[in-house]
Design a protein around this ligand. Structure first.
Ligand SMILES: *Cc1c(COP(=O)(O)O)cnc(C)c1O
Length: 390
């Protein structure tokens, strides 16, 4: 059968028909353990009753009006996000890339306000910020950019987790207005920087009067064991972007800003037809309530450590396993060779995983995964790794 979908994804040949918690079922009723959560989206698992209820109730009242009018659910969600994050205000979008576009536009406005005509943003190698022209230009991966030149100007790529490289760029260029970084690189291969990396970036941004912008599209909403990954460092950025888990599957993104960064996007400077509509905001409010009531930050922290420990123990005699690492429920298992084939082998074994940066198995389980499911994950995947590396 010819597909009429543009072939932008190399899809695995499996069709899911329903889900519950960390489980998914395909059309033949085969059950799968989901250790990927639709790439850090379904942090509450599938078919969570609170999200279901919120969507049903809201859709009976209103799906959409317009940002031309007041939207109380959007106000509530913004207030809630600012309380949780320490930020001042929020622009709502429909995706991570769009949240990042807002961040990039704010950085440029900030530069022009300081009379810098050609503002530049420091971004990282191996980073991922999205697929729009702006965000793919910021992304530090030639594969994402290949074929799309001319790219957007104004990004300076430096090595990740390398403060000296940032300092050097700041010395070499006098037009830098912001540093834009993921607290943990997801697509780049679960790259966890030094514990004080973000603190040092915060200091550099303060001393150079530039914006600290965090892409928390993947790390945000309890994934790393805190509401936002920067909270592990006791700092507050000037900009923080969110998407993925914010709606647990309902598309919504957010660009949160603080202080001087919060005053720049004024009337007429930015917009979105769907951004922050009543349906998406109701879902997000239910997500935030659930993360709080089910104490999912603590759970992500505890379960992430338990998963790391269990894999480290199980795989300690496998010399092809280079590293097992985690920040909360972002788990990376690094092998000494490319391992993309493991993804399909895992599907056959009833397990959903991902490989990022070619040699890193990436696990992003739903934060509600239970101990039995964690055991199954560790058993199944360790056996697959052992037979794959033999
Ligand atoms: C997924 C992701 C994006 C892009 O989000 P989309 O919703 O696909 O546009 C941006 N940044 C990071 C860190 C991501 O993980």
């Amino acid at each position: 059968m010819t597909s009429h979908i543009m072939p932008t994804y190399g899809r695995l040949d499996v069709t899911f028909t329903k889900g519950e918690g960390a489980w998914l079922w395909d059309q033949d009723n085969k059950r799968y353990l989901d250790a990927l959560s639709g790439i850090a989206v379904c942090n509450l698992g599938h078919a969570h009753p609170a999200v279901h209820q919120a969507i049903c109730t809201q859709s009976q009242q209103l799906l959409h009006t317009s940002n031309l009018y007041n939207i109380p659910k959007q106000e509530q969600l913004a207030t809630r996000l600012c309380q949780l994050s320490g930020m001042d205000n929020v622009f709502f979008s429909n995706s991570g890339a769009e949240a990042n576009e807002a961040a990039i536009k704010i950085a440029r406005l900030y530069g022009h306000k300081k009379q810098i005509d050609n503002p530049a943003i420091i971004v990282m190698q191996q980073s991922f910020h999205g697929r729009t022209m702006g965000t793919l230009s910021a992304t530090g991966n030639p594969k994402v950019q290949d074929g799309f030149s001319p790219l957007l100007d104004g990004f300076i790529h430096v090595a990740f987790n390398d403060v000296a490289a940032i300092e050097l760029a700041l010395k070499q260029h006098n037009n830098i207005v912001a540093i834009f970084v993921e607290p943990v690189q997801g697509e780049g291969g679960v790259n966890i920087p030094a514990p004080d990396y973000l603190n040092k970036i915060r200091s550099l941004c303060d001393s150079h009067d530039i914006l600290m912008m965090l892409d928390e599209v993947q790390t945000g909403i309890a994934r790393t064991g805190a509401w936002f990954a920067y909270q592990h460092n006791n700092i507050i950025p000037d900009i923080c972007t969110l998407a993925k888990a914010l709606g647990n599957g309902v598309p919504i993104g957010a660009c949160m800003a603080k202080g001087k960064a919060a005053q720049l996007l004024t009337a007429g400077k930015h917009g979105s037809t769907f951004g922050g509509n009543p349906l998406a905001c109701s879902a997000a409010l239910a997500v935030l309530d659930t993360v709080e009531s089910e104490q999912l930050c603590q759970q992500a922290s505890d379960k992430g450590s338990a998963i790391n420990q269990a894999f480290s123990e199980r795989l300690k005699n496998n010399t092809h396993v280079i590293d097992v690492r985690n920040k909360g429920m972002m788990v990376g298992i690094e092998l000494d060779k490319p391992c993309t084939e493991l993804v399909a082998l895992a599907v056959s074994a009833g397990l959903l995983i991902n490989v990022a940066g070619e040699k890193n198995i990436r696990l992003l389980p739903p934060l509600i995964i239970n101990n039995e499911q964690i055991e199954l994950l560790v058993d199944t995947l360790s056996s697959l790794i052992d037979s794959y590396t033999k």
